[in-house]
Design a protein around this ligand. Structure first.
Ligand code: PDD
Length: 283
């Protein structure tokens, strides 16, 4: 039986009932967070917790027990017997249940807290093997730094990519490449790593941050600068990053073959270093 966390309680998932007046349902008024469990620990849970707290502040949701997230996350792993597996936890926090009106509930109501875990199974993309991505105008809002549950633009864009046979949709805003519908993107030009700087046009990925650290440790120069779409022709390598798929090499962007159509050396070095970091944490 799958056990999930709902407003302070551990319950069988199919017994959980969320109100039709929940502002998450009515307005997508909430944030979410995703962490990966590696047979014994959540990778960089401090950064995930910090991003979640920042998101709550930005959208002004007050959740006094916010620091309990890593604690019930561990408990969910145990209760679902996933300790020896790889798994993902999804946390959803909404502004709570109140009659529908645009202003915040007054008096304030408790936020709705829901979290579930699922065993991580590879998406069919073999780690270290390459994927093809599609470019598309960034149709999202101007606060992509908030991990909002309002993912409609991401979903429509990802679905379009999926239907056209691509593994991810990469957004372009004002001629600049920002990020993917569910990942950050890095480029390698002459051995230097490029990725979009933190801004309101990208989500500050926890994996992105760790890749920048790993690159520094490996002596690879990294520049947080956006790449203009028109410069794509000069790139030697590309890869996307996120919590679940870690470092995934990109071997084609639209019709453009990246490098020689194989994951490049800098990408593979970073991929291997990331994995080595996980193994080291396992101790
Ligand atoms: N998505 N950018 C977007 C738009 C994302 O949705 C994600 C992650 C990232 C990478 O962030 P991180 O490295 O912290 O996972 C960047 C997760 C995996 C999701 O929505 O399931």
């Amino acid at each position: 039986m799958e056990i999930a966390y709902f407003n302070g309680k551990f319950l069988p998932k199919d017994e959980i009932k969320i109100s039709p007046d929940d502002r998450g349902f009515l307005f997508a008024d909430g944030i979410y967070e995703v962490m990966k469990w590696y047979e014994g620990f959540f990778y960089d849970k401090e950064s995930h917790l910090a991003r979640m707290k920042r998101g709550l502040r930005e959208i002004r949701i007050n959740w006094p027990e916010e620091d309990t997230f890593p604690i019930f996350a561990n408990e969910l792993i145990n209760r679902n017997r996933l300790s020896d597996s790889q798994a993902l936890i999804y946390l959803q926090v909404t502004r709570g249940v109140a009659p529908r009106t645009h202003s915040f509930p007054d008096p304030e109501v408790n936020p709705t807290i829901y979290a579930f875990v699922k065993e991580f199974r590879s998406t069919g993309i073999v780690p270290g093997s390459g994927v093809k991505v599609m470019l598309k105008e960034d149709i999202r809002w101007s606060r992509c730094d908030i991990k909002s549950v309002a993912l409609l633009a991401n979903i429509l864009s990802f679905q379009e990519a999926h239907e056209k046979g691509f593994n991810e949709c990469i957004f372009v805003r004002n001629g600049m490449i920002t990020e993917g519908s569910r990942s950050n993107i890095f480029f390698v030009i002459d051995g230097t790593l490029y990725t979009h700087p933190e801004s309101e046009h990208i989500l500050s990925g926890v994996t992105r941050k760790n890749i920048l650290r790993i690159a520094k440790e490996a002596g690879i120069t990294a520049k947080e600068e956006p790449l203009p779409e028109k410069k794509l022709g000069i790139i030697h390598e590309a890869f996307i990053t996120n919590t679940s798929a870690e470092v995934t090499p990109v071997i084609a962007i639209n019709k453009l073959t990246v490098g020689n159509g194989m994951p490049g050396p800098v990408t593979m070095l970073i991929h291997k270093s990331f994995n080595a970091g996980i193994i080291a944490l396992k101790g």
